[in-house]
Design a protein. Structure first.
Length: 415
């Protein structure tokens, strides 16, 4: 299948436009990383406490941030989590101690910051760490609204917890919602000791600073070793300049992708590093396809310039590039649009990486080969010196105008 039949696009003729495009996005990303947003590393790398909170209604991020600031949590990062209908956010706190007490402290501070309708003397039914089956059972036994046994109240308490966690996703909008599960007298008794907030803390976890530092170092090593390995591979398979051109193109892709994360202020997590490594391999594969065609055409088109050979090779692989890259791009774009917040960073890296990786194979790696050859030819010309030829005997061809005669009395040699 072909999208184009014998295309003849002068890609190298547009190399200055490509260079301008790459410079604009590369410089914008570098400026963002240096002066604006920095490199937005996630808690996986810098350490901290992650608290996952589910709301009864669509959460207002600006209001949550204001509540965090009012409670003194000024460095909290707040992001939507999972699909929009789940009404969940993840709050990252700069609490890096790994003890259980610090984890509980982080959760308690968030609960206190978000609590807007607290009722003194009552417990929040939506926060499972505060209210579980034991608390419910004990309160019901004390109130004894149905004059039943302890086993009956334990069963009712389990029904309430299951309904809250499984059917309502961890958050009850009102205690009256339980009328569909338990008898009315039990609901009235619950109102005496409990209330419902509009949120519930579902999970909390800590990544220590030492673990984060180690993960950061390993991420850099993974990217660096992959680039070096590909350079060595292409050096042996083609020539050193092919490997250098491919690695420069992949470095260009990685720089623009990380810059895109900085510009959009998306967090870089371990899954994003996995996506970057994936796009490194994908971009390198696309570059190798073009290089392979260039190598074949160099043998078949010896009389043509390298620029014409490179242009012809890119055009010959254009349909294949659009098919493979286009289908992959549609897949990762669907993942970005419909994959939910959990996969947002991963899919965003792939969307940007597929576009830039395909572009760099044509607009960065291939033109580097031509630029290197032009530089080598120019360097060779400036390195040529004239050596006078040895005197020719009288009557020799040198004096008779033969090919070795006048005008040919100098021998050129490269320095």
């Amino acid at each position: 299948m072909e999208f184009f039949h014998n295309p003849n696009i002068d890609f190298l003729g547009k190399k200055w436009y490509f260079l301008a495009f790459s410079l604009v996005f590369s410089v914008a990303g570098i400026l963002s990383m240096l002066f604006w947003h920095g490199i937005p590393l996630g808690v996986d790398f810098h350490g901290g406490t992650l608290v996952y909170v589910k709301f009864a209604e669509t959460p207002n991020i600006n209001r949550i941030r204001a509540d965090m600031d009012r409670a003194g949590l000024h460095n909290a990062r707040i992001q939507r989590y999972d699909k929009a209908s789940a009404n969940e956010v993840v709050i990252s706190l700069d609490i890096k101690e790994t003890s259980e007490s610090q984890l509980s402290r982080g959760k308690d501070r968030i609960i206190a910051a978000l609590e807007t309708n607290a009722q003194p003397g009552k417990l929040d039914l939506n926060n499972g760490d505060q209210v579980g089956m034991t608390e419910l059972r004990d309160k019901l036994i004390a109130r004894d609204p149905m004059h039943a046994s302890s086993a009956d109240y334990e069963r009712i308490a389990q029904q309430i917890v299951d309904y809250r966690n499984n059917d309502e996703g961890g958050v009850l909008k009102s205690i009256d919602d339980l009328k569909a599960v338990v008898p009315g007298p039990v609901v009235d008794a619950l109102k005496q000791d409990f209330y419902t907030s509009n949120f519930g803390v579902r999970q909390a976890q800590i990544v220590g600073p030492q673990v984060g530092s180690q993960l950061k170092r390993q991420a850099w090593l993974a990217v660096g070793f992959s680039l070096v390995g590909m350079l060595v591979y292409l050096w042996f398979r083609f020539e050193l300049i092919y490997g250098v051109a491919a690695v420069v193109a992949v470095f260009h892709d990685t720089l623009i992708t990380v810059g895109a994360f900085s510009l959009t202020n998306y967090e870089i997590s371990l899954t994003v590093i996995a996506a970057i490594l994936t796009l490194v391999g994908y971009s390198m594969n696309d570059t190798i396809v073009v290089f392979d065609r260039i190598r074949e055409n160099v043998k078949l088109m010896r009389r043509e310039s390298l620029a014409d050979i490179v242009n012809r090779s890119i055009n010959q692989t254009l349909s294949r590039t659009i098919l493979t890259s286009g289908l992959t791009f549609l897949t990762v774009l669907s993942l970005y649009l419909f994959g939910g917040e959990v996969l947002r960073g991963f899919s965003f890296a792939l969307v940007v990486g597929i576009l830039i990786g395909t572009y760099s194979s044509i607009a960065v790696a291939a033109p580097m080969l031509v630029a290197y050859q032009d530089w080598r030819i120019k360097h060779a010309r400036t390195g040529v010196m004239s050596i006078p030829a040895a005197p020719s005997p009288k009557g020799s061809p040198a004096e008779k105008g033969s090919p070795a005669g006048p005008g040919k009395g100098k021998v050129r040699a490269k320095v």
